[in-house]
Design a protein around this ligand. Structure first.
Ligand SMILES: Nc1ncnc2c1ncn2[C@@H]1O[C@H](COP(=O)(O)OP(=O)(O)OP(=O)(O)O)[C@@H](O)[C@H]1O
Ligand SMILES: [Mg+2]
Length: 226
């Protein structure tokens, strides 16, 4: 099986007044469909930097990132933009929902830049909501939802276009353990369908029981944990 995403010798450094700070060092990893990977590590170890590279929001300082075997450094900005929009879904700790809009409107927001028939987008949005267990919530306003429900709307929005890769930076960071468990089971079920790779950054090691792979960062170095 070919990886969706492959990092070969990827490093990322930032320049500042005090010199160069290397945040990721020689990262080599392949990410496959059907995997649900947890990414852990101390604060400042490079987890979000890695996730931003995976979502093609940032570029390596050295090395290459392959998306479906294509080296991304050679892609035009238009092609990269297309991949970000269609092939990658993102879930955020703060949910980032539109307040006082309905659940369905929030998921439909995912389609705002796309020239798609509105009956088709509604169908995709409803399907995504059903996949996260929110069938029947379509017309509820987001301010009437619990945190766990809000995050599942965030996941529905991220998967509505059937991305190949789903990245989530601490999606359960604001939730209590019961709501976090709901969100994790929802991600686990998506992963088990086999056509998406999920990357989840978390500080909560108790969530590792839901994931199928564990990657850990320490000072920019990636380790594959057993
Ligand atoms: N745009 C940037 N410019 C300069 N330095 C940055 C930038 N983004 C991140 N860094 C630095 O890179 C290091 C790694 O940051 P990163 O956000 O990847 O850590 P993290 O593992 O996600 O931490 P946390 O668990 O606190 O979210 C930090 O020292 C941070 O200050
Ligand atoms: Mg972070």
């Amino acid at each position: 099986m070919k990886p969706i995403l492959e990092f070969r010798g990827v490093s990322r450094s930032y320049e500042s007044g005090s010199g160069t700070q290397t945040v990721l060092r020689d990262v080599n990893i392949s990410i496959f469909a059907g995997e649900f990977s947890a990414i852990t590590g101390p604060s400042g170890s490079g987890k979000s930097t890695f996730l931003n590279l995976c979502a093609l929001l940032d570029e390596p300082t050295t090395g290459e990132i392959y998306f479906d075997d294509v080296p991304t450094s050679g892609l035009s900005e238009a092609l990269l933009c297309n991949l970000r929009k269609n092939a990658v879904g993102m879930v955020f700790q703060q949910y980032c929902l539109l307040p006082y809009r309905t659940v369905l409107e929030n998921v439909l927001f995912r389609f705002r830049y796309l020239d798609m028939d509105s009956a088709e987008t509604r169908k995709l949005a409803r399907n995504a909501l059903a996949m996260v267990g929110l069938e029947g919530f379509e017309d509820r306003s987001t301010h009437q939802l619990s945190g766990g429900e809000m995050q599942r709307v965030g996941i529905a929005r991220a998967i509505a276009l059937k991305p190949r890769l789903l990245v989530a930076d601490e999606p359960t960071g604001n939730l209590d353990s019961a709501a976090a468990a709901q969100v994790m089971r929802c991600l686990q079920q998506l992963g088990e369908q086999g056509d998406i790779a999920i990357l989840l950054v978390t500080h909560d090691e108790s969530l590792l029981k839901y994931t199928s792979r564990h990657l850990s960062f320490n000072d920019g170095l990636l380790t594959e944990c057993e």
